[in-house]
Design a binder for this molecule. Structure first.
Ligand SMILES: [Zn+2]
Length: 300
């Protein structure tokens, strides 16, 4: 399914879903909102390092024509283009990790570059306008998908549009059903984490190296489970995108290397704001604070 490269800012095409799917989606959304998936980052413990096996996928090498023009930004309500990100570091954080090693826990990427990283979780909202926007702006971001949420409605095909077609945006693991992993046994955690590794491997050809635990909650059993099925790093966050602006863990502003948590959400979760408007608000805030957006997989 291809989409044209331009689009007005606020027109949103409603996805066609069956009544049953819509109900399931609504229930899932309600559950997520009630339990505050985007809430503050949870606790947990640090982790060790570990060996080689960088995934060679769509997200690994910079491409030449990665600079959108100013008109593209204006079409999406942004006054000026984001600055081009600096060259990524020569060594990634997960480089040299032994297979099966305990994943690294990363809340913020250690860098002095004036960059932040965008992450979108869960996969509930499947707004076709966001596909246009992402392509138009060549926006780098990282997706963490939960199987039963991503599968609902138009399903994984939606995310393939954001992943493929010259976009290098990675799709990573956010469990099968979005539980609070700290409440589960080691076996149940393994099913949730490794089950989604298998689902994503089947769809995209390799096990994703990054994992985000729902609500930021994890424990030693989570790290053991994730390490056993190919996860190299557990990604948390310190900045969270709200409808109009961001919430920060520290200092009331963005810092270099911040990982920004956002979600695939639409007007019913965003008080009438569309996903693309929310993203435009986020990019405006990032620019205003003197940062640009880089690709997480180029650093981690
Ligand atoms: Zn989530």
């Amino acid at each position: 399914m291809s989409t044209p490269i331009s689009g007005p800012i606020s027109v949103r095409t409603p996805a066609r879903v069956s009544a049953r799917t819509a109900t399931v989606t609504t229930l899932l959304l309600a559950a997520l909102l009630l339990s505050g998936c985007s809430g503050s980052s949870g606790g947990g413990k640090g982790a060790a390092s570990a060996s080689p096996s960088p995934r060679t996928d769509a997200a690994s090498s910079p491409s030449a024509s990665a600079v959108p023009d100013a008109a593209a930004y204006r079409r999406w309500g942004l006054d000026k283009p984001l600055a081009a990100p600096p060259a990524p570091p020569a060594t990634k954080l997960t480089e040299g990790m032994r297979s099966g090693a305990t994943p690294k826990v990363i809340r913020r990427v250690p860098t002095d570059d004036k960059v932040v990283f965008l992450t979108f979780d869960d996969g509930a909202e499947k707004d076709p306008e966001f596909v246009k926007m992402a392509k138009d702006l060549k926006l780098p971001f990282t997706m963490f998908l939960t199987d039963d949420i991503a599968r609902a409605g138009s399903g994984y095909g939606y995310f393939e549009q954001l992943w493929g077609g010259g976009n290098r945006n990675g799709i990573h693991n956010h469990t099968l059903s979005h539980p609070n992993l700290r409440t589960l046994s080691a076996d149940a955690q393994r099913r949730e984490v490794c089950g989604q590794q298998d689902v994503l491997e089947k769809r995209y050809g390799s096990k994703p190296p990054l994992f985000r635990p729902p609500y930021g909650n994890y424990n030693d059993a989570t790290l053991a489970a994730a390490g056993s099925c190919g996860v190299k790093a557990l990604l948390l966050w310190e900045a969270t995108m709200q409808i109009n602006d961001m919430r920060y863990a520290d200092g009331g502003k963005l810092r270099s290397g911040d990982i920004v948590l956002a979600h695939f959400r639409g007007p019913s979760e965003l008080k009438g704001t569309t996903m693309t408007q929310m993203v435009a608000n986020m990019l405006r805030s990032i620019e205003r604070q003197g940062f640009t957006v880089a690709r997480l997989e180029d650093y981690v």
